[in-house]
Design a protein around this ligand. Structure first.
Ligand SMILES: [Zn+2]
Length: 138
């Protein structure tokens, strides 16, 4: 599955020249060896920064969590904007209620993921369902 085009080989050489260390772990996406930069960041020559994960279910969990945490920030901004508009006398009750709804769902899924992480195991189907739900709401 690994693509070893001249570009990738050059990128790997560049990483090594820059003082990066080649790791025994491989990129979960393309299977290329990962590199640890001097900064401590772990990167794939193709995909850039990656999280080291143990198995496939953990890959999707990391992704879902990242998306949801991003969504959480966006929603917080929107709620604060709606609130400001309401203070100026513009009625935004419906919008506010919709964003609060999104926030509630986001928080619920995130707490589910965090709880699963604490327990160290999660049913893969749960994560996949949450992922679909989160995308639909965006
Ligand atoms: Zn990769």
């Amino acid at each position: 599955m690994a693509q070893r085009s001249p570009d990738v080989v050059k990128k790997m050489a560049d990483l090594l020249r820059a003082g990066a260390t080649m790791l025994s772990e491989r990129c979960p996406v393309c299977g290329l060896p990962l590199f640890r930069l001097r900064s401590g960041e772990v990167v794939c020559p193709v995909h850039g920064r990656v999280y080291i994960v143990r198995d496939e279910s953990e890959v999707s969990r990391v992704t879902v969590q990242g998306v949801l945490e991003e969504l959480e920030k966006v929603v917080a901004t929107r709620i604060s904007e709606s609130l400001e508009a309401a203070k100026r006398g513009e009625p935004r009750a419906r919008e506010l209620s919709e964003w609060l709804d999104v926030l509630e769902r986001t928080e619920r899924i995130l707490s589910m993921i965090r709880r699963a992480q604490a327990q160290g195991e999660v049913e893969k189907s749960n994560v996949e369902n949450s992922e679909r739900g989160a995308r639909k709401r965006q």
